[in-house]
Design a protein around this ligand. Structure first.
Ligand SMILES: [Zn+2]
Ligand SMILES: [Zn+2]
Length: 334
């Protein structure tokens, strides 16, 4: 697990097994995400997919540009994808069904274009082998024109100008139902948060029997999340705010209410309560994440979690770390 960034201003984490690498959330610009991957020697072109927990800006800011740049599929739940598309194209009058149709048509057009290019390439080879100069005939001149157009089609700026929600491929999952990417088995679980269909993920590598989990953006710890977080070796867990700092802090009252609500974020206190009472103690590493820069202090979050663990003597082997907003943390390898 490599946390590239974590906090209210952006979230992105690389999870990798022996054969598969996925990026969970893309909450910084594409350029910044690339920069952070370079800092921890993660090769972006080795990523197999991007998984999205929910459509809030701090989880999707760089999504479309990054996915198009890397040409990799994006996994969403359907309601999250729908909400994201709506967010990306706020002025559209298209219904979701119409939009899906439009995407299908684009896909068919691309396939037709690919077939045409293959045929043209073959024709060109035939012409060359027959000794004809490509520029002599009317056919090859047409080829040049079509190729130039095809190149323009591939340029990310052109695609985004046409449809900002266009992605190389979209795959749907359903929270509660597991699915696989390469040798990674992934179980999304529903989280209580004010988004269309928010979730966390448990990752299990078949070959190494190691389990990692990401559980951030949740208003409280419901039973299904507690169950999902059993037998986890590396756990990225939210510790968003200090209750006193939030109450006394600068946020408007309505925003304070939202953060504190059952569809908001986990406080240091709630996280400590989970660690002290319900957590099974199986993680070698607990990474505290999604810290608020305004309403939390890293030392407070760490102290609160450490105190909760200290009360349970047998958990002293658990290492608690802090994820950061401003820089990636060193990869955690098991
Ligand atoms: Zn959120
Ligand atoms: Zn968030």
């Amino acid at each position: 697990m490599t946390v590239l960034t974590s906090g209210s201003k952006g979230n992105a984490t690389v999870i990798a097994s022996a054969e598969t690498r996925v990026l969970v959330d893309a909450g910084l610009s594409c350029r910044e995400l690339m920069k952070r991957m370079a800092m921890v020697k993660e090769d972006p072109s080795a990523l197999d997919a991007i998984l999205i927990t929910h459509e809030h800006q701090d989880h999707v800011a760089g999504l479309s540009v990054l996915a198009r740049r890397l040409r990799i599929p994006v996994y969403f739940s359907e309601p999250t994808h729908r909400a994201w598309v709506r967010m990306m194209t706020p002025s559209t009058t298209m219904t979701y069904a119409k939009w899906l149709e439009h995407v299908q048509r684009e896909k068919e057009a691309r396939a037709a274009q690919d077939a045409l290019e293959t045929a043209e390439a073959r024709l060109l080879t035939d012409l060359e082998s027959s000794g004809a100069k490509p520029c002599d005939a009317s056919g090859p001149i047409q080829i040049a024109a079509v190729s130039a157009e095809a190149e323009e089609e591939d340029a990310p700026e052109t695609v985004s100008r046409r449809d900002p929600a266009s992605l190389p491929a979209v795959e749907y999952f359903q929270p509660g139902t597991n699915f696989s990417i390469g040798d990674l088995m992934i179980t999304p679980f529903t989280t209580p948060h004010d988004a269309a269909d928010p979730c966390g993920f448990v990752f299990e590598s078949a070959s190494e029997s190691i389990r990692m989990a990401i559980a951030t953006d949740l208003g409280y710890m419901p039973p299904n999340v507690k169950r999902a977080l059993e037998r986890i070796d590396v756990l990225l867990l939210e510790s968003n705010h200090d209750l006193e700092m939030l109450k006394d802090g600068p946020y408007p009252w309505a925003v304070k209410q939202r953060v504190l609500s059952r569809v908001g974020h986990l406080s240091n206190h709630a996280t400590a309560e989970f660690l002290a009472r319900d957590y099974d103690g199986s993680a070698a590493y607990i990474v505290l994440g999604h810290l608020s820069e305004t309403n939390n202090v890293p030392e407070l979050a760490l102290l609160s979690a450490e105190e909760a663990i200290r009360e349970r003597g047998r958990l002293l082997g658990n290492r608690i770390m802090l994820a950061q907003q401003s820089a990636p943390i060193a990869p955690i390898c098991l």
